[in-house]
Design a protein around this ligand. Structure first.
Ligand code: NAD
Length: 250
């Protein structure tokens, strides 16, 4: 018996790093159907192959998580593909850019808030009717350890991720008396493309800041997501921000 036997999940940002890890872990734990949502369909198709090999049905949906109409399509296509239920939503897609506040253009700020925060609002709002109707759901929003503590040159990212944590807690209050659970994941620096997009000296500076002096592997992040996604074990986690950060305590 897997922890997620028979469940239907949507994972955004499924083509890469942590999202792909979620897809693989969900498949290994028995998810019956997984919708992989990303702008990068090639990467999502590759992740879907691994999930199918583990026994899950999959669909890949090319969608921009900042777009309201795309969200309506994601929900419709998932319901149509897997027979009506949506048990799990991972709002995980995100970007990382860098600039000091003083030098940051409004476009860079707005793009970050759109992709890393507004997308999470849109995803939660889009899935809620289905989850409330079935009186069951698990929403897991990917925040960040940086959203708990702040950092130089990424104020827009920290603000967006701090917003994800606050949105998660607020929605948790709104649905607490239903079968829907809403939590956030706050990973520390994790070995994915997002991290390695940064300049080498920045990467080394980040590594030295981590009390463990090393980055997380995706396999060290996703077990927490499986816990939050599960029916029994995950039932009393609600409005939590799960800090998985190698010893950074905030
Ligand atoms: N890697 C880290 O150190 C770290 C730490 C804390 C939090 N996070 C968060 O984890 C999440 C996953 O990041 P990752 O490290 O796996 O990075 P990643 O770059 O490997 O994956 C992000 C995915 O999101 C997709 N995406 C970006 N914008 C999109 C959009 N508008 N619509 C649809 N898809 C879009 C990308 O195509 C990509 O596949 C992000 O929210 C990120 O902020 C990452």
């Amino acid at each position: 018996m897997g922890k997620l036997d028979g469940r239907i999940a949507i994972v955004t940002g499924a083509a890469g790093g942590i999202g792909r890890g979620m897809v693989e872990a969900f498949a290994a734990d028995g998810c019956a159907g997984i919708a992989l949502v990303d702008l990068n369909t090639e990467g999502a198709e590759a992740a879907a192959v691994a999930a199918r090999e583990a026994g899950s049905k999959t669909i890949v949906i090319e969608a921009d998580v900042t777009n309201e109409d795309d969200w309506a399509r994601v929900i419709d296509e998932t319901v149509a593909a897997f027979g009506g239920r949506i048990d799990i939503l991972c709002n995980n897609a995100g970007i990382a850019t860098a600039s000091s506040v003083q030098e940051m253009g409004l476009d860079l700020w707005k793009q970050m808030i759109d992709v890393d925060l507004t997308s999470v609002f849109l995803g939660c709002r889009a899935v809620l009717p289905a989850m409330l109707e079935q009186d069951y759901g698990r929403i897991i929003n990917t925040g960040s350890q940086l959203g708990l503590r702040g950092a130089p040159n990424v104020a827009h990212y920290c603000a967006a991720k701090g917003g994800v944590h606050a949105l998660t807690k607020s929605l948790a209050y709104e649905v607490a008396e239903t079968g829907v659970r809403v939590n956030a994941l706050a990973p520390g620096p994790t070995q994915t493309e997002m991290l390695y997009d940064l300049p080498e000296e920045t990467i080394e500076a980040i590594r030295l800041e981590v009390p463990m002096k090393r980055f997380a592997r995706v396999e060290e992040i996703v077990p927490t997501v499986v816990l939050l996604a599960s029916g029994d074990g995950g039932g009393y986690y609600h409005g939590a921000v799960m800090n998985v950060s190698g010893g950074h305590v905030t």
